[in-house]
Design a binder for this molecule. Sequence first.
Ligand code: C5P
Length: 228
Amino acid sequence: MEGKTKIVDRFDDYVILNFKDDITAGDGEKHNVLSGKGEICAEITAITMKYLNSRGIYTQFLDFERPNKIKAVSLEMFPLEVVVRLKKAGSFIRRYGGEEGEEFKEPLVEFFIKDDEKHDPMVCKNHLVLFGICSEKQVDEMIDAAKKTASELKKFFGNLGFDLWDMKFEYGVDKDGKICLGDEISPDTLRLRKTAEIFDKDVYRKDLGDPLEKYREVLEACRSLNLL
Ligand code: C5P
């Protein structure tokens, strides 16, 4: 199975996620290939997911295979993006207004159906259950897991000097029916800031320079923890 930024190879007991050098924005309308990006995002995903596992959060991560592969638990993925927002940015501001970086009183969890043609429509629990995408219990479990994971990642990146504004998670179900965090955790899927400095895909979305320069700084900070 090949997606915009990853190729997934399925084996009997596990999957291998191959991170590609592609970067996309605007539902795939903007697309470039940045040599070395796959390895950077794979390693940041490996480090953050290994950390989350150690904090009792169930992720798909099993092993990092240099330079750009992750061995992972085989999951049946929900066709969903689960966004957790700690500070206002991006599509939240476009939809509802507000100032960049304004903090929410509580983390905000939003669900989007993955569908580029429909521009990833936002949905609520009713849609998810009515469309047969997941059960009410599964929605509640994802909300709970997403909030806990956001809180752990905020601490993780906070200790490295980065402010985590928002993030996107993807969940799936393992062979025992347990909900598990899958896909990727990287500057492609997180908004990471140091005051005005941007360390995430907004550098690419807004043409603010070489995104990989910033992604590499995030990787170096993550490596300093020696978790792999
Ligand atoms: O664009 P928006 O403000 O909704 O993005 C919220 C968070 O989810 C950002 O960290 C963004 O990078 C991430 N995201 C993503 N993949 C998408 C849409 C958003 O990783 N397709």
